[in-house]
Design a protein around this ligand. Sequence first.
Ligand code: HSE
Length: 404
Amino acid sequence: MVNVAILGFGVVGSGAAQVLADNAAVIEKNLGERVAVKRILDLREFEGSPFGHLVTHDFNDILSDPDISVVAEMMGGSHPAYDFTKACLAAGKHVVTSNKEVVARFGAELLELAAANGVRYLFEASVGGGIPVIRPMVNDLASNEIVRVDGILNGTTNYILTRMITAGATFAEALAEAQAKGYAEANPAADVEGLDAARKIVILAALSFGTLLSPDNIYCEGITGLTLADVAVAKALGCSVKLIGHTEKVQGRVLAMVSPRLVPLTNPLSGISDVFNGILVDANMVGEVMFYGAGAGKLPTASAVVADIIDIVAHKAQKNVRAPKFEVAKDTDYADFADYACKSCFAFEAVDGAAEKIAAVFGEVETVSADGRIAFIGDMMTEKEADEKIAACGLTLVSRIRVL
Ligand code: HSE
């Protein structure tokens, strides 16, 4: 029997306890061993819960218990989650987590600490909720060089965009629904301003290119500036609008970014709705591989946490199990964002002579009109070139949304 401790009995933590209890028989059948929750750390009491008697308020009850070999950290936030993780790894306990903030900020150090102590630090649930994406990237794509990753990485914003576009919900209504369903972060600004997706794309960039960028130092734009006029323009141009995390190498350095994108309806990411996430990985031997599933929510995310626990138990007798490895990025590892090139949809105020001015700077482009704006998709150009052309055309820019 393997004893597990849970740190944080919120949406995901209580989900993990439920998965381990409700699916105890199938887990035991698949593993040949029972996995049980022995202790739960939380500041609150859970009197009505079937797990209430396992709750402790003292982390040392877990750290000093030699029977607990695996700790599942689902507290959220950097501290004390990072400090507790370090203590557990140093004490020779395996740690699994759904905490993308800790992985994105301290993942390199924690992986090194785990390796030094002969234990594992796994974080499948930190990206894509219930979608298996990290293990496949680490193991199944190991014969490939990763070229590019594009992902819908935040369930809350995808849910909000879907509800606004297809059901006419207001931003506030759609956000309240996402919160009620347990998708949103404790502070939903992290969702709608793109920071949650930024944390996830830096994790995917680290797995792809071996370098952990700081989520604070990458280009990050959320969905708060998007309007229904942007959506109308996107529709007229045969695209949907999604919040996309993107990583690739630019001039040999790593670029990661988050921004709204027009996604052509021919791209499989365009049809991903509601809380679902999709991650499109372009690798040099296999080509494009897509991972799809529930990107947030109690049981889907808990399913991924428990998958990590099962992985640890299944390989506990094995030395040198494959582990992700990446280093903290140096300043020189960051690509210069000005050199990043993509297509964009430009929307300018539709004043007299606008079409001629656009043609003079951007060339012959097919324009659409909506809500007092004239919009078009320009050629591929760098960020620097895009800024120069916007300035040169002498029109008021209403919005610029990059195109996938
Ligand atoms: N708030 C996150 C989301 C939870 O909406 O995707 C899953 O990481």
